[in-house]
Design a protein around this ligand. Structure first.
Ligand SMILES: Cc1cc2nc3c(=O)[nH]c(=O)nc-3n(C[C@H](O)[C@H](O)[C@H](O)COP(=O)(O)OP(=O)(O)OC[C@H]3O[C@@H](n4cnc5c(N)ncnc54)[C@H](O)[C@@H]3O)c2cc1C
Ligand code: SF4
Length: 541
């Protein structure tokens, strides 16, 4: 065995790749993890809204193209831990119904090749691993779960509790959003998380967010059989002459090219970069791109239709950690609109500096500073439907090209109207119904060409399915066309649902991990013993 030969290579360390690396690490197999980025530097700027939101200091420094050939600057992050370093850690299961076919106003959301029940045990594992804080039984659309959340929900601060009470009085069923932060409210002096206002969109300076680096990669690389190479950009995958095996992973590292090989190669670069990598790996046997006999690679790009809506009240909103409240009453429709509308929750509390970067329409008599002090900052997500013409392709100079036409927009407009109605019914003790001054949209991504929510919730470009003519991956997320190639990031989604995607990516990575253990002949008992040892070691440390 040469130094460049491994049992498994995992490309990417985000929600998919990081979780898989963690799961496979105790197997004893030789595992190489390749990550194009470095660790997020730990510095005070991690929590500086000017540096993070206005200067976009930690965003990827590359430009892609839109369908008209104009540059666009993707709001994405290349670091150990991937986008989970910056995510809001709202960790939702898809609804049980999301796994079946659903009729939307804009068309059909297709069924998945597996059911909710198939994924349920892995959702539980993922919630335990990522220390999700939540309360079962509050969310009216919540799917059945076999166990409680490992931690109680993060409590609402008074302004959010007041809103929750108002919503409940008007007949809605507000719930606590499940979040992956290491907050121990009963023992604040010991709590790793300090409940700060720079969580959603920021990297956690004190390592208390359950992101894929802290939770998974840091643990995985404690095993001597696991190697992580950072600043290692995978440029192409090469196959053997049959085209059925990936035999070389070509990596740009320190200014030169190196080639690694493994029995199993797992791509997990995020839905856009994974599609781009397969397309760039075209060869004689795979002329349209690796594993692309179906011509599906890169197609059906989805990213959700997302809006930030600021509700301005006369009463101030001094909330620090705002992402605790959700409303799913309109997820599947309502009496006056029979189609799914989506999900309402919160972003992290907006501040005046961040508002300047994506200036909303100003509320009458309010400055941006005042708006920031008085706003409730909602996050609305509606499902966008898989359209083969919404796609990732490779353009001039090998640049990524994003072609996207939004769809199913009526659902999103209806969702905004529902929030407007709900806010009008709020009734504060000081100003009554007059407290609420209106809803104001905030631009999500300044200076970007692509509409809607940029690429934060990217998924769908390498969909899994039973039919090799209509999907790239089989149900185990192995490429139909290649025997040792797997994909475990958000690209496998056949539909995007309307809750945040990360927990589903993590759960699926654990599921694929179990399949790979069997394929590699790893004894589950031995592996579990190793995991148990790890847990004991962690407790004793
Ligand atoms: C600001 C923000 C807030 C968010 N909030 C939430 C939330 O609250 N809840 C939620 O569920 N989701 C949230 N998301 C989305 C969530 O972060 C993603 O769904 C998730 O991280 C996707 O996981 P992934 O494995 O598909 O890709 P990523 O996490 O993006 O990981 C891909 C990795 O691959 C690496 N890579 C890419 N190309 C290559 C290459 N060629 N060679 C080597 N390495 C490569 C990247 O550097 C990266 O580390 C948020 C995202 C953002 C940006
Ligand atoms: S709220 Fe907690 S997890 Fe989030 S950034 Fe602050 S300390 Fe970290």
């Amino acid at each position: 065995m040469t130094d460049n030969r491994y049992d498994v290579i995992i490309i990417g360390t985000g929600a998919g790749g990081g979780t898989l690396a963690y799961h496979l690490a105790p197997s004893g197999k030789r595992i190489l993890i390749l990550e194009r980025g470095d660790y997020v530097p730990r510095e005070k700027a991690n929590w500086d809204p000017q540096v993070v939101n206005v200067d976009a200091h930690y965003n990827a420094k590359e430009s892609w193209l839109d369908k008209d050939g104009k540059d666009l600057h993707p709001h994405t992050n290349y670091y150990v831990g991937g986008n989970t370093k910056f995510y809001g850690a709202a960790l939702f299961r898809l609804r049980k119904e999301d796994f079946g076919e659903l009729r939307h106003h804009g068309g059909i959301s297709p069924a998945w090749p597996l059911s909710y029940d198939d994924l349920e045990p892995y959702y539980t594992q993922a919630e335990n691993l990522y220390q999700v804080h939540g309360n079962r039984g509050e969310d009216p659309t919540e799917p059945p779960a076999n166990s409680a959340y490992p931690w109680p929900a993060v409590s609402h601060e008074p302004r959010i509790q007041q809103l929750s009470d108002d919503f409940a009085r008007s007949g809605l069923k507000p719930f606590h959003v499940p979040v992956g932060v290491m907050l121990d409210e009963k023992n604040p002096h010991k709590s790793r998380c300090i409940r700060c206002n720079t969580c959603d969109g920021f990297s956690c300076l004190v390592g208390a967010k359950s992101d894929a680096q802290v939770v998974c990669i840091d643990e995985a690389i404690k095993h001597s059989n696991v190697t992580l190479l950072t600043n290692s950009l995978v440029k192409r995958l090469e196959t053997d002459s049959s085209g059925r095996q990936v035999k070389g992973v070509v990596v740009e590292r320190g200014g030169s090219l190196e080639t690694y090989s493994a029995d199993v190669v797992v791509v997990s670069c995020g839905a856009i970069n994974s599609a781009a990598l397969l397309l760039r790996s075209a060869n004689d046997k795979h002329p349209r791109g690796l594993a692309n006999s179906s011509d599906v690679v890169g197609r059906h790009y989805m990213g959700h239709t997302n809006s930030v809506m600021m509700a301005i009240s006369k009463c101030p909103n001094p909330t620090i950690f705002q992402k605790t409240l959700g409303v799913n009453d309109f997820y599947f429709g309502s009496t006056d609109f029979e189609y799914p509308m989506g999900h309402i929750s919160f972003v992290g509390k907006l501040d005046a500096i961040t508002l300047k970067a994506g200036a909303p329409a100003i509320a009458p008599n309010f400055t941006l500073e005042l708006m920031a002090k008085h706003s409730l900052d909602f996050w609305l997500t509606s499902e966008d439907l898989p359209d083969p013409n919404n796609r990732v392709s490779i353009g001039r100079d090998g640049k990524i090209v994003m072609t996207y036409t939004p769809n199913n927009l009526e659902a999103h407009e209806r969702l905004k109207s529902k929030l407007k109605q709900a806010m009008k019914q709020t009734n504060c003790t000081m100003h009554g119904h007059e407290c609420h001054q209106g809803l104001f949209g905030r631009n999500l991504y300044v200076g970007q060409q692509i509409p809607l929510a940029g690429v934060a919730h990217q998924n769908g470009t390498i969909r899994f399915g039973h039919d090799p003519k209509a999907s790239v991956l089989d149900v185990n997320c192995k490429a139909h066309d290649v025997d040792n190639l797997y994909v475990v990031d958000g690209s496998f989604f056949p539909s995007s649902a309307a809750v945040n995607p990360a927990l589903t990516i993590m759960a699926n990575a654990l599921r694929v991990g179990d399949h790979l253990m069997k394929r590699l002949g790893v004894s589950e008992t031995k592996c579990e013993q190793n995991r148990q040892q790890d847990r004991e070691l962690a407790v004793s440390r």
